[in-house]
Write a protein that binds this ligand. Sequence first.
Ligand code: PRP
Ligand code: GLN
Ligand code: MG
Length: 506
Amino acid sequence: MCGIVGIVANSPVNQLLYDALQLLQHRGQDAAGITTAQGNTFHMHKGLGLVRDVFRTRDMRSLLGNMGIAHCRYPTAGSAVSSAEAQPFYVNSPFGIVLGHNGNLTNTAVLRAELFEEDRRHVNTSSDSEVLLNVLAHELDEVAQGHRLSTPEIFSAVTRVYQRCRGAYAVVALIAGHGLLAFRDPFGIRPLVIGSHETSQGMEYMVASESVALDALGFTLMRDVEPGEALFVDQNGRLHTLLCAPQAHKVPCIFEFVYLARPDSVMDGISVYETRLRMGELLGQRIRQLAPNLVVDVVIPIPDTSRPSALQLATTLGVPYREGFIKNRYIGRTFIMPGQAERKRSVRQKLNAIAQEFRGKSVLLVDDSIVRGTTSREIVQMARDCGAKQVIFASAAPPVRFPNVYGIDMPTRRELLATGRDDEAIAREIGADRVFYQDLGDLVLAMDGASHGIREFDTSCFNGWYVTGDVDEAYLQVLENRREDEKEDQTQQLDLDFNLRTTAAA
Ligand SMILES: O=P(O)(O)OC[C@H]1O[C@H](OP(=O)(O)OP(=O)(O)O)[C@H](O)[C@@H]1O
Ligand SMILES: NC(=O)CC[C@H](N)C(=O)O
Ligand SMILES: [Mg+2]
């Protein structure tokens, strides 16, 4: 999951794009980039790091134009340490195109070979997003009849992209001299919303990964981009839309609601905050059912994401809710950091315990999910160090046992704590007296999808069912072997960098 945004306004968009990236920072902390269009010219600045570190005033000044796209990256393919893979990506033909992508393609290898051998296009990085851009560029080139692309031609190119690209992709792109294009894959796995803002000079439009970016910048949420739909805002600020994949139906990623998205966002009509409250309530009911005699003195969330669930769980159990861990607000999200050494160290730097909430008590710690177990292992130990009598751990999501291939970095089963372990073994592994997990049926129930016309969610990391139909055991094996090799090199490099940094700082 990365954050993407695209804006067409009646005045310069550089500051709006920057502000939108800040609001989407929780979706990607490794790299950020902005491209604006001024007539036929693109202005671009991108680099590794947090939004606030990538852009200096002089960079902002050079980002001229009333139309632009922006991206913050959480790598799922290719390299985390390469600034060449920061987005947006650029190709100069046809016309000049830049693109920002949230998600992950599942047929990158096939497309890469086709692009090289048949389409004669060169992809210079290991990023799947650069592959996607080149497929789009090739298809736009194929449909272009005259000197300029017409809107129907652009939509028919997107139709061909849908036919070729498998996996998850929410996309924003600029076509030089034409306008802003956005589209969402035929299952709508990753989110994308559109909003508008009325001005005296006419309507302005913004597409973004999450509605929070619209709310905070004065845009009104119009609706979600539908699966298989493309939007095009032309140079005159007119919005055109078309469903380019008629077989499309919505299967949004459930993990967006569990962890990825901000609670104040609404995705596919569903309030993320409300789903998290319901997760807590259903988990509370399950704990009551499984352990009617369980006595706990206090429910403590593991900040930040688990807070609403923990609050509602405490209410359901009739147990006091207390803030036992204080979060250092200057440290980012640990799960989306690329190196294990950095993740582990960051948990301790990020969360500190208030000892009196633990001393002599039976505590129920609540997190939104347990993935690699980095957080839970550290936190349970901290609770014990503070003198907790009993430490019980509850996860508002079911056990994560399968790789995610759609844009979340959970690539190998070996890295996932719950793979090959039952609840007892997991409790032992994290040092807890007992663990409770949400039931998958209850998690789906917490979404209340039916009220929003959604029949299914992508739950692949919990049950190994992959909606795109092209991911089987053989695919996962290849992916895992490749990722283990890549990760080995990359993790060593990241861990080395991290150790050097921390030694230098000491
Ligand atoms: O089992 P793990 O591999 O540790 O992953 C799960 C943990 O990572 C996330 O927290 P994170 O620190 O990323 O962000 P948050 O502050 O939004 O909770 C998530 O909320 C869990 O706490
Ligand atoms: N998390 C994402 O959406 C990642 C986008 C793209 N696959 C990348 O690695 O850059
Ligand atoms: Mg967390």
